[in-house]
Design a protein around this ligand. Structure first.
Ligand SMILES: [Zn+2]
Length: 248
């Protein structure tokens, strides 16, 4: 199966007329199951430390990411926002939080987040830095990051490749791969399963074919979606937390 996006009930920076904080709006309040668990666990740990996890952003649809990017280009929004296909927000694997509500130092928050598989995207815990509020739950897509970082793929930057992998896994379009969305999703899946297949580029060549055969996937270029389903089943076995939909 695809990586599901589940609904998360989390308090946000958005207020009603009385000034009460509202839950994150439904169109943003979606994330992967492992991110869902991490948000709950981080909020619990932070509450014990006297702070609150209050979000300003979580999931962004393709259209929302395109808007966010065009606002950055036009100068309406100061914080960098990549074009669709390059943000973990689009994979339901990133949140932005209200730093004034955490009531612990950013360095301490990093430790709380790290204990639940959530990491910052800046290199030092300086709260005044742009993007100090942004955190990723990369899950198995970290493997794609490391793969590109090690030079095994070179057509995308490591971060973009990992984000694209996360977006494809949720069954959401990444423009870069054109008509070959399923092929690219197969390739990202193979890398997460430990295979070396060159670039994620949507072009199924010999390396991809060999990797599929080694994993016992029936190779048939006319049945790309069947091959993807088999790869997704293997991913679900290897990374069950990324697929386990919580009981409501
Ligand atoms: Zn963000």
């Amino acid at each position: 199966m695809k990586t599901p996006l589940v609904t998360t009930n989390i308090v946000s920076i958005y207020k009603n007329k009385l000034g009460d904080l509202l839950p994150l709006p439904a169109y943003m309040a979606k994330c992967t199951p492992d991110m869902h668990a991490a948000i709950f666990d981080i909020a619990t740990d932070l509450a014990q430390a006297g702070g609150r996890l209050i979000l300003s952003d979580l999931f962004r649809s393709y259209e929302m990411q395109a808007q966010s990017h065009s606002d950055y280009i036009s100068g309406k929004k100061k914080a960098f926002s990549p074009a669709p296909g390059g943000s973990f927000h689009e994979a339901g694997r990133a949140f932005d939080l209200d730093l004034s509500a955490i009531k612990v130092s950013l360095a301490d928050f990093w430790q709380i987040a790290a204990a639940h598989g959530v990491r910052p995207i800046i290199d030092k815990p300086v709260a005044s830095k742009s993007e100090a509020w942004h955190f990723d739950c990369r899950g198995s897509h970290q493997i794609v990051y490391d793969y590109y970082q090690a030079g095994k793929g070179n057509n995308l930057k490591p971060y973009t490749a990992a984000a694209a992998s996360g977006i494809l896994a949720a069954g959401i379009r990444v423009d870069y791969f054109g008509a070959n969305q399923a092929q690219a999703a197969i390739q990202s899946g193979l890398i997460r399963l430990g295979k070396t297949i060159g670039n994620i580029d949507g072009q199924i060549g010999h390396k991809t074919q060999t990797a599929l055969t080694e994993l016992g996937v029936t190779f048939d270029l006319l049945k790309v979606n069947d091959m993807l389903l088999q790869v997704e089943n293997l991913l679900q076995q290897k990374f069950p937390k990324e697929f386990s939909v919580p009981m409501v």
